[in-house]
Design a protein around this ligand. Structure first.
Ligand SMILES: [Fe+2]
Ligand SMILES: [Fe+2]
Length: 759
């Protein structure tokens, strides 16, 4: 046994171990298959994920929470369990417990412990067919125990690598704060280097290493005085010497860490020149690693084509930069690398990367200029070239997605994406972006249909991001169609994918959408947790526009809970950001919400002020719609029935013009209240009953409670006190069920007042 165990010890990481375990367990335990699960940590909570089994390298990520399925339960219980006939167990979950579809007759779950922190960090599942011979439990338990220290080592190593990766990213952010002229430099050089490496035929692990080295190539600048980094004009000799030391400084923290140490040689030599005149060591051609030579070319190109303090903010055109690179052939750079760079540049890939960079920073105009340049270069490329179509598809994807993200020019975005699909019909990224464009155009069914196509075509690891986006979009579309269970499921899957990918910013968006869906399902406590996760991430990344959205959602949450002080504070924070941008839609929506709160607190003058401020901002159909409703509320308070009716007509018009049919319940409720105020009681009754029926048929918890409350008020106005109490009691029950103590107390007072009146 020990001899065989040593085979496993060859594993360098958890993935390796997963692959080596399979033959080991088949041979030793007579299993049909096995699967190793590991504990992972994302921003919010730990989750479990199978470690890629052998031969299933492109299996899609299946993440689940600690406690879910039989496997997830092992992480909680911390002891090994053998299940006979697991498929009949009601806790069994096919997606989590039987990822490989082995349909076991016996399933054994064996946990791995980190005893120091008293935590289960992994689990080995063994799958047996009907036992010809019983698995020797003791022998298996012994083997697992023997494996445990080894597994723990690999696990800790992975945790450490993740931590150091995070630390490096944070250092890079700090560096960009210190040296504002290098903002985005690391990203761009990494993108260029990746393309050049591909052109030179590097394999995927080499490419990943090259990209990382390029990304961190200037990290040593963190040790250099801010005054020198930002000094305009020429540097004196001493300052110049200080700057030149940045490539060596990277050593200070990278050499201690396995992954960092592999990047070091490439980083240290990124300012060496092939004729030996570079720094820090004056190495010559053969002594300089290939990746340094690539990074050096990309670094020079980016330095020339972006604003730099020492050139008084001047930048060169790409053509001049390429010419300068050509001039340096033989002394600074080797010919084959400059040639590769030029080929990549001519294919449009450098422009594409530059466009992507601007799009990421929210500069759509600059992004589109580069995308158009990339497109015309790619079109001029040799038509026989196989990846020409792929490049063109990618350009169209980037253009369409950039337009789609800002939520304007949807028609143009859709056209561009459809054109992209003619180059690469099965491209899941194009399909996901098209689904998004449909979603933003309120074409929910088309969005779901196209997203489904994207999901069906996203089956490779490099498609995960598209898969996540497609699931997110269809989740959002279902949410708008009030099909909340589907929405929740899809958004959860999207969340899992982005957790696996470690994409914080995307994750934050999903937390928002997910929080929103939970809000509409009246699961307020859960909603708050996810919205807070989102807030944390956005605060860290200084994503102000994103924060405004989260604050708006938190404001709505607290409005519902009738925590008006908190709600006002969140809306005011949202408003401050919206006013700074300025974002008219945000301004109008925020003022609308603030007006509604003022109304609820019976501060009518204040409500009117907010309402006017919101109307002045002239936002979107949605903002205008809610402003109309608030206007009706105010008119009803002032008993101005004419104004209320005008408001209702305007609201109805907005609903039909903008396909806002999901608000028909609100329209019915307001119609009923106006009828009631006019004394037309039967008509009011009919309208409110239609609203109730519709809310029930749509499982729309979010609107159910206010509709019951309105129904109670209308019945009371009509003098039907029995019905009023019945409606009030239902409303009170709902408020209790949703965990809204203030609301249920308020309704309770109404019911008590009714009882007192009777006596
Ligand atoms: Fe540098
Ligand atoms: Fe650089």
């Amino acid at each position: 046994m020990v001899k065989k165990m040593s085979k496993l010890a060859r594993a360098q990481n958890l993935q390796d171990l997963g692959a080596l375990l399979d033959p080991f367990c088949r041979e030793n335990f007579g299993v049909r298959g096995c699967l190793l699960y590991g504990l992972f940590r994302s921003y919010s909570a730990p989750f479990i994920r199978p470690l890629t089994p052998a031969g299933k390298a492109d299996a899609l990520p299946v993440n689940f929470a600690v406690g879910e399925g039989l496997t997830g339960r092992t992480f909680v219980r911390g002891e090994s369990v053998i299940y006979n006939n697991p498929l009949a167990n009601k806790r069994f979950n096919r997606d989590y417990d039987d990822v490989l579809h082995l349909n076991p007759d016996i399933l054994g779950c064996y946990p791995f412990h980190d005893r120091k922190h008293q935590e289960v960090i992994g689990c080995l599942n063994l799958y047996w067919a009907a036992p010809r011979r019983r698995p020797a439990r003791r022998r298996i338990a012994e083997a697992v125990r023997e494996m445990e220290p080894f597994y723990r080592l690999l696990y800790l190593q992975r945790e450490q690598e993740l931590l150091i990766g995070m630390m490096l990213d944070h250092l890079l952010i700090a560096l960009e704060q210190k040296d504002r002229y290098t903002k985005g430099h690391a990203d761009r050089v990494a993108a260029y280097a990746f393309e050049v490496g591909k052109q030179l035929g590097l394999n995927p692990p080499q490419l990943a290493e090259l990209r990382d080295a390029a990304h961190y190539h200037d990290i040593g600048k963190i040790f250099i005085d801010e005054k020198i980094l930002n000094k305009p004009g020429r540097l004196n000799d001493e300052e110049w010497l200080a700057i030149r030391r940045h490539s060596v400084f990277a050593k200070e923290f990278l050499y201690k860490h396995r992954h960092g140490a592999t990047l070091l040689p490439a980083i240290i030599a990124h300012h060496e020149k092939i004729d030996g005149t570079g720094y820090p060591y004056g190495k010559k051609r053969e002594q300089i690693p290939l990746s340094s030579q690539i990074i050096s070319v990309c670094d020079v190109f980016d330095a020339m084509t972006s604003r730099r303090i020492y050139r008084q903010g001047q930048k060169e055109t790409a053509a001049k930069a390429v010419a300068a690179l050509r001039q340096g052939v033989g002394c600074s750079h080797p010919k084959e690398i400059v040639d590769a760079f030029c080929a990549v540049h001519q294919a449009g890939l450098i422009d594409l990367a530059r466009g992507r960079h601007h799009a990421k920073n929210g500069d759509l105009r600059a992004a589109l200029i580069f995308y158009r340049a990339a497109k015309s270069k790619a079109q001029r490329c040799d038509p026989g070239k196989t990846d020409r179509r792929l490049i063109l598809a990618d350009v169209h994807y980037q253009m369409g997605a950039a337009l789609g993200r800002v939520g304007q020019n949807m028609r143009q975005a859709k056209q561009i994406l459809a054109k992209g699909l003619t180059y690469d019909p099965d491209n899941p990224y194009l399909l996901a972006a098209l689904a998004q464009a449909h979603y933003f155009s309120q074409e929910l069914d088309s969005a779901i249909r196209v997203a489904r196509q994207a999901i069906a075509r996203a089956f490779k690891p490099e498609h995960w991001e598209a898969l996540g986006l497609a699931k997110q979009i269809s989740g959002l579309a279902y949410a708008l169609k009030n099909q909340l269970p589907q929405a929740e499921e899809l958004l959860r899957q999207a969340m899992n994918i982005f957790q696996t990918l470690g994409k914080d910013e995307e994750l934050a968006k999903i937390y928002d959408s997910y929080g929103n869906v939970l809000l509409r399902a009246c699961r307020f406590a859960e909603a708050e947790v996810f919205l807070q996760y989102s807030e944390e991430i956005k605060l860290f990344h200084q994503d102000m526009a994103g924060l405004a959205i989260t604050y708006g959602n938190l404001g709505r949450l607290h409005t519902y809970l009738e925590n008006y002080e908190e709600a006002i504070s969140f809306f005011k924070r949202n408003l401050a950001i919206a006013a700074a941008v300025p974002d008219h839609r945000g301004i109008s929506l925020c003022n609308g919400y603030l007006a509604r709160i003022a109304l609820a607190r019976e501060c009518y003058d204040e409500a009117e002020e907010y309402l006017r401020a919101g109307q002045a901002a002239a936002g979107t159909p949605l903002g205008d719609f809610f402003a109309c409703l608030t206007g009706i509320d105010l008119s009803l308070v002032k008993a101005d029935l004419m104004a209320a009716k005008d408001g209702l007509a305007a609201a109805k018009k907005l609903v039909t013009q903008n396909k806002l049919t999901r608000f028909s319940v609100l329209i019915d409720t307001y119609t009923a209240r106006i009828f009631s105020a006019e004394g037309r009681h039967p008509a009011a009754r009919q309208a409110i009953e239609s609203a109730l029926k519709f809310s029930h048929s749509q499982h729309n918890q979010y609107e159910l409670l206010p509709v019951y409350e309105a129904a109670g008020d209308i019945a009371r106005a009509q003098g039907d006190f029995l019905a009023a109490v019945r409606f009030d009691k239902t409303a009170r029950r709902l408020a209790k069920q949703y965990g809204l103590p203030k609301v249920s107390r308020r309704i309770n007072e109404k019911i008590n007042a009714e009882a007192r009146r009777k006596n």
